[in-house]
Design a protein around this ligand. Structure first.
Ligand code: SAM
Ligand code: DTB
Ligand code: SF4
Length: 327
């Protein structure tokens, strides 16, 4: 896999937009069927009251937002959500908890049970629970976890301006623990927080130089939420989103690139350009963790209009998890 320097990534980033999309679309076709989009469903299993101060996040206890704080959901409610998501064509169930880090307590045991049950249903399971130790990552792997989401979110310098309660190195450390447990890595970032183009380039450099590269890369457009420090941020322009997706596709050509938060702010035409530029995954369902997402039926109409289909996946996911368990 070619590794790009920061200068090279900058040069790619600054390519005239339509040339850039053309180039990214060509790379996309070398490694993927461009008609297939992997559909994930996202569920918040523990909402709000988080001790971190991530400036973008409505779930931080430091900000006064409209989010209803909720303790852990019951396993049966999560199973019901997973069953509905699978029936709708989702192949991955992503469970999010507003935790700074995982603690070895009964809530974690419940998460492990959720992971086991969803894996048994034949869906890929992804968790995003904050920081993890190596032994916690191993426990999740043994329960059948397919992927762990932990984003770098921005450059190291900009990160310090957005979050003070943990460091970039803490993030990298958790990613390393996930790797050691042989769970696949889902790691990306957000644009629209007030970062510079150089911050975006540095983030893409850091992501693409993880070894191995993350299997999936979510690109989120900030959803500005009232009560958070970034509530007044201007919505990110679709052209910046298309550019970001295209560069991500070129520098991490074998990774699944997820057009993540912010789709309710985008037109169909804008999303079409994102798919053309190499996005090949979305979150479906009318809610992300706490903020709205497009209606599921509208997304299916969009797929039909664009000639896209939900990727069947999982064949290899179940194999991957069982091979890992026996190795
Ligand atoms: N607590 C865990 C953590 O911080 O890793 C997991 C949940 S956290 C909500 C997962 C990711 O959601 C963040 O890393 C960030 O990229 C994204 N996110 C959170 N709030 C967002 C917002 N308002 N707009 C766009 N993306 C957001
Ligand atoms: C990611 O990168 N985006 C998703 C997922 N990983 C967990 C979360 C988006 C959250 C948007 C704000 C919210 O709904 O609370
Ligand atoms: Fe907590 Fe994660 Fe939100 Fe940060 S992004 S406040 S760690 S839930």
């Amino acid at each position: 896999m070619k590794k790009y320097s920061q200068e090279e990534i900058k040069e790619i980033y600054n390519t005239p937009l339509l040339d850039l999309v053309f180039r990214a679309a060509a790379v996309h076709r070398m490694f993927f069927d461009p008609t297939e989009v992997q559909v994930s469903s996202l569920l918040s299993i523990k909402t709000g009251g988080c001790s971190e101060d991530c400036g973008y996040c409505p779930q931080s206890a430091k900000y006064n937002t409209d989010v209803d704080v909720h303790k852990m959901l019951a396993v049966k409610d999560v199973m019901e959500a997973a069953t509905n998501a699978k029936a709708g064509g989702a192949t991955r169930m992503c469970l999010g908890a507003a935790w700074r880090e995982v603690r070895d307590n009964s809530d974690f045991d419940t998460v492990l049970e959720m992971v086991r049950s969803i894996n048994d249903m034949g869906m890929e399971v992804c968790c995003t629970l904050g920081m993890l130790t190596e032994s916690q990552a191993k426990k999740l792997a043994d329960a059948g976890l397919y992927a762990y989401n932990h984003n770098l979110d921005s450059s190291e310098d900009f990160y310090k301006k957005i979050i003070t309660t943990r460091s970039y190195d803490d993030r990298l450390n958790t990613i390393e623990n996930v790797r050691k447990a042989k769970v696949t890595v889902c790691c990306g970032g957000i644009i629209g927080m007030g970062e510079s183009v150089d911050d975006r380039i540095k983030m893409l450099y850091n992501l693409s130089n993880l070894n191995p590269q993350p299997e999936s890369v979510p690109i989120n457009a900030l959803v500005p939420v009232e009560g958070t420090p970034l509530e007044k941020n201007k919505l990110v322009s679709i052209w910046e989103m298309v550019r970001m997706i295209a560069v991500t596709r070129i520098v991490m050509s074998k990774s699944v690139v997820r057009l993540s938060a912010g789709r309710t702010q985008m037109s169909l035409e804008g999303q079409a350009l994102c798919f053309l530029a190499g996005a090949n995954s979305i979150f479906a369902g009318d809610k992300l963790l706490t903020t709205p997402n497009p209606d599921f039926n509208e997304d299916m109409k969009m797929f039909k209009l664009f000639g896209l289909k939900s990727k069947e996946a999982f064949k290899s996911a179940k194999e991957y998890v069982s091979e890992r368990m026996s190795s």
